[in-house]
Design a binder for this molecule. Structure first.
Ligand SMILES: C[S@@+](CC[C@H](N)C(=O)[O-])C[C@H]1O[C@@H](n2cnc3c(N)ncnc32)[C@H](O)[C@@H]1O
Length: 256
């Protein structure tokens, strides 16, 4: 476990907690996509105990509560967000690293959006989740693939989340050791470039959403100008610049 990185991730999201919720439009879109896919795949209308890790400011928590009946909701994050909504269900919050905290017993849904990429060993967590689920329980998890913020990597940034993986990897993680226990209903991914007016707007977006935590870059004026001109030279199209999001997700059900 890389504690220095974990500390940077915690600080980065804690710093951006006021701006995250309104600026994380792509994360909000992914949350809605996850809930819509659950409904299309025949998720039950109600769940007993639900465990959500990496809840952030509550995009997924709110969407789950809006869509499903939930008896008891356990939320977790490394940092507490003051933007977490008041939810009309019995809810509790467990602060800390999802790998270290106690989980509720036998959840009928374990859900998480845009978080497992921050774990160096996402397989380990997914296997724990598969194990912890109640019989018939659902597992709904999204992260990001190797093309996430590919523009930054191509300009030499080493600020990559440690647990980027493809949807096939997610499926493989769950098949290893759980062949007879889990039915994988869907494992998919998308490449979705988000367009900005300028490279500075890209940097602002990264800062406001806290999503570039492993950054060790010290920006001088010269470096910043070089970054902007390289970004435009390499990637601009129709006077806009892209930042690629590469969401990946898996939805699985444990056999009864
Ligand atoms: C990109 S935000 C996603 C928040 C929310 N799920 C959403 O979709 O808007 C990632 C969240 O994961 C949390 N996180 C990262 N590593 C974590 C860990 N090891 N344990 C618990 N939470 C973690 C961060 O603090 C942050 O709130």
């Amino acid at each position: 476990m890389n504690t220095a990185l974990d500390e940077r991730v915690r600080n980065s999201f804690a710093r951006s907690q006021d701006s995250y919720h309104d600026n994380a439009r792509e994360q909000a879109r992914i949350v809605q996509l996850l809930v819509d896919r659950m409904v299309s795949l025949g998720a039950p209308k109600t769940f007993g105990t639900v465990f959500e890790f990496g809840c952030g400011s509550g995009h997924l928590s709110q969407a789950l509560v809006d869509q499903f009946g939930i008896a008891s909701l356990f939320l977790n994050d490394l940092a507490y967000s003051t933007r977490l909504p008041a939810l009309p269900v019995k809810a509790s919050f467990r602060l800390g690293d999802v790998r270290k905290i106690d989980w509720p017993d036998s959840p009928s849904l374990i859900a998480s959006a845009s978080t497992i990429q921050w774990l160096a060993d996402p397989q380990c967590l997914l296997q724990r989740a598969a194990d912890a689920l109640a019989p018939g329980g659902w597992l709904v998890v999204s992260g990001y693939g190797h093309s996430q913020f590919i523009e930054l990597a191509q300009l030499g940034s080493t600020a990559r989340a440690p647990g980027l993986c493809g949807s096939k990897d997610l499926a493989r993680f769950l098949r290893t050791g759980f062949d007879n226990e889990l039915e994988i209903l869907e494992a998919r991914e998308e490449i979705n470039p988000v367009w900005f007016d300028t490279p500075l707007d890209v940097l602002r977006h990264l800062r406001r959403t806290g999503v570039n935590a492993p950054r060790s870059q010290v920006w001088t004026r010269a470096k910043l100008m070089r970054f902007c001109s390289d970004y435009i030279d390499r990637f601009s199209s129709n006077a806009l610049v892209p930042l690629t999001y590469h969401p990946v997700w898996i939805i699985a059900r444990k056999h009864c």
